[in-house]
Design a protein around this ligand. Structure first.
Ligand code: 13P
Length: 250
C-alpha cells in the first residue's frame, strides 16, 4: 500500500510575512488531512524559518533543487548537507523549469539525484514531455529517456528511496490539466517501466502528478490507480486550497 504524498512547490514566490501566514494556515488545516504525507518546498532562503514554523508538526520540508557538488567553491549553490542541516527531507530534482533554463541535463539530474541520496535526502525526480513532444506521439519515449538518464547511472534499486513526479510541461502553470485518463496512461507506463526491472519497487514507488492541480480536479486525478498524489505549484500558495488538495489525496 503506497501512502499518498502531496508536495507544494512554492517556486520563487513569497516573503517572510506571506510564508508565515501560509504555514500557519496549512498547520491549522492539517486536522482535515488523513494518512497523507504532506511536504512543502519553500525557496532556499526561507527553509530554516519554515523549519521552525513546522516544528512538532507532521508536515515535512523539501527543497526545490540541490547542488551535485558536496561543498567548496560553487558560488550561489546549496549542498545536500546544508539541506539536511536545516531539516530538509526531500529535494525536487530535474524540474522542467530547471532542465532547459539552468542546464539541468539528464546527466546533471542524475548527479544531483545521486548526491541527494548519498547525503540522506530523498529525491523527487521530475519527468514530463513538452506539448510538441506529446503532439508528435513522443510522450513515452521522452519520459523513458528521462527515467533512464538516472536509472542507467544508479540502478533501479535507487527508486526504492525516491519519489517520481510526472509533470507534463504543457500543463504547468497553464490551467490546462492533463485529463485523469491522460495522466493515468503515463503513470501506468512509468510503473510498468519500473516493473520490467523490479516488480517490488514498482509496487512501492510513489508517482505524483503535477500540472495545474487544484482542489476542484484533485480528487479525480488522485483516484486513478497509478497516481499516488501530487506536486502542486500555484495552488500550494493558498493554505485552504492546498489543504483541500491534501485532503483529496487521503
Ligand atoms: P502548477 O501547479 O502551478 O501548474 O505547477 C506545477 C509544478 O510545476 C509543480 O512542480
Amino acid at each position: 500500500m503506497r501512502k499518498p504524498f502531496v508536495a507544494g512547490n512554492w517556486k520563487m514566490n513569497g516573503s517572510r510575512a506571506s510564508i508565515k501566514t501560509l504555514v500557519s494556515g496549512i498547520l491549522n488545516g492539517m486536522g482535515r488531512v488523513n494518512n497523507v504525507e504532506v511536504v512543502v518546498c519553500p525557496p532556499f532562503v526561507y527553509i530554516s524559518e519554515v523549519a521552525q514554523l513546522l516544528e512538532g508538526s507532521t508536515v515535512a520540508l523539501g527543497s526545490q533543487d540541490v547542488a551535485k557538488e558536496e561543498s567548496g567553491a560553487h558560488t550561489g549553490k546549496i549542498s545536500v548537507s546544508m539541506l539536511t542541516d536545516v531539516g530538509c527531507k526531500y529535494a525536487i530534482i530535474g524540474h522542467s523549469e530547471r532542465r532547459p533554463y539552468y542546464l539541468d541535463r539528464d546527466e546533471v539530474v542524475a548527479e544531483k539525484f545521486i548526491a541527494a541520496q548519498k547525503g540522506g535526502v530523498i529525491p523527487i525526480l521530475c519527468v514530463g514531455e513538452l506539448l510538441e513532444e506529446r503532439e508528435a506521439g513522443q510522450t513515452e519515449a521522452v519520459v523513458e529517456e528521462q527515467l533512464q538518464g538516472v536509472v542507467a547511472r544508479t540502478g533501479i534499486k535507487a527508486l526504492e528511496n525516491a519519489v517520481i513526479a510526472y509533470e507534463p510541461v504543457w500543463a504547468i502553470g497553464t490551467g490546462k490539466t492533463a485529463s485523469p485518463a491522460q495522466a493515468q496512461e503515463v503513470h501506468a507506463f512509468i510503473r510498468n517501466w519500473v516493473r520490467k526491472e523490479d516488480a517490488n519497487i514498482a509496487d512501492k514507488v510513489r508517482i505524483l502528478y503535477g500540472g495545474s492541480v487544484k482542489a476542484a480536479n484533485a480528487k479525480e486525478l488522485f483516484s486513478q490507480t497509478d497516481i499516488d498524489g501530487g506536486l502542486i505549484g500555484g495552488a500550494s500558495l493558498a493554505a485552504d486550497e492546498f489543504i483541500n488538495i491534501c485532503a483529496a489525496a487521503g
